[in-house]
Ligand binder design. Structure first.
Ligand code: IPM
Ligand code: MG
Length: 350
């Protein structure tokens, strides 16, 4: 198992350090090598995704990523922004399938801003297409036209891009509650009319799975109104970006949510769903659980080590039951701990 570790910026190094400790405690044969991605890479190599990192990532079976970004790079030109590194590594490795589970742990039911009866038992999987759509579409830019500035981007999908991400969603649903909700904006956008047409075609290959369609604005509303109606939601890159942040908040803390981005052969990049949180970076208070749970997803999807994945997930459930809480999920009466102590607790529970 060859793992490329990219701690990144902000709280990235702190949280990946804990995930690496957990992986190493499993007694599996692993090789890990660290590289630079994001702002730290811009500072060191004037490139958010430098060649050395490209090579490391290509040679590895899986990538474990912390987070990228920070205010010090916000005014850089687009090519020299940390996010560009993230978008390039996704595209370069062909990581088209982004899996973002949103699970509410019963111990954290009070952390949600929604009523407990609305979110209790919540278990949604968002499948977001990650290498197409308006994120990568050409032409794009800001130009002067007719004497004024003109900004433009292009939304597009080929039917093969749509088909392969729909298949990922249907396969995932087969292992869950056998329901797929495909989200589009077909009442306005042709590109997503094609999305819906292809979704209906792919559904014929999966007669055991129920397919429904929802317009993205309604989906945003339904997610806060009655989120438990969903099992697997599948959508394009931009809608998935927005809806997955919304879904994460149903669970109370984005600090708990892992993610996997996979290519056609289950090579993957694993990262917490949250960002680099520059405001708390270096303070040792960040929640490392999303990154630790991302390492569990890595074992499951890339390395087929289901038992080891469940061991990590079980350990996380145990530390929550024991009352360990970082600041983001803290409630009075619980045991407030920092990043490293949370890692210690998970190791002890393992
Ligand atoms: C995410 C992030 C990224 C995205 C940014 C940092 C480029 O918001 O992973 O959801 O928009 O995809
Ligand atoms: Mg996002």
């Amino acid at each position: 198992m060859k793992i490329c570790v990219l701690p990144g910026d902000g709280i990235g190094p702190e949280i990946t350090a804990e995930a690496v400790r957990v992986l190493k405690a499993l007694d599996l044969k692993m090789e890990m090598e660290e590289g630079l991605l994001g702002g730290c890479a811009i500072d060191a190599a004037k490139d958010p995704f430098p060649e050395a990192t490209q090579k490391l990532a290509k040679e590895a079976d899986a990538v474990l990523l912390g987070a990228v970004g920070g205010p010090q790079w916000d005014n850089n030109p687009r090519e020299l922004r940390p996010e560009r590194g993230l978008l390039r590594i996704r595209k370069d490795l062909g990581l088209f399938a982004n899996l973002r589970p949103a699970i509410l742990y019963p111990e954290l039911a009070n952390a949600s801003t929604l009523k407990p009866e609305v979110v209790a038992g919540l278990d949604i999987l968002i499948v977001r297409e990650l290498t197409g759509d308006i994120y990568f579409g050409q032409p794009r830019g800001i130009e002067v036209r007719n004497g004024e500035r003109f900004g433009f981007n292009t939304m597009h999908y080929t039917e093969s891009e749509i088909r392969r991400i729909l298949r990922v969603a249907f396969e995932a649903a087969r292992k869950r509650n056998k329901k797929v909700c495909s989200v589009d904006k077909m009442n306005v956008l042709e590109c997503t009319q094609l999305w819906r047409d292809v979704a209906n075609e792919v559904a014929k290959e999966y007669p055991d799975v129920e397919l429904t369609h929802m317009l993205v604005d309604n989906a945003a509303m339904q997610l806060v109104k009655a989120p438990k109606q969903f099992d697997v939601m599948v959508t394009g890159n931009m809608f998935g970006d927005i809806l997955s942040d919304e879904a994460s908040m149903l669970t109370g803390s984005i600090g708990m949510l892992p993610s996997a981005s996979l290519d056609e052969n289950n090579k993957g990049l694993y990262e917490p769903s949250h960002g680099s949180a520059p405001d708390i970076a270096g303070k040792g208070v960040a929640n490392p659980l999303a990154t630790i749970l991302s390492a569990a997803m890595m074992l499951r999807y890339t390395f087929n080590q289901e038992a080891a994945a469940q061991r990590i997930e079980g350990a996380v459930k145990k530390v929550l039951a024991q009352g360990f809480r970082t600041g983001d999920i803290y409630e009075p009466g619980m045991r407030k701990v920092g990043t490293k102590e949370m890692g210690d607790a998970v190791l002890a529970a393992l």
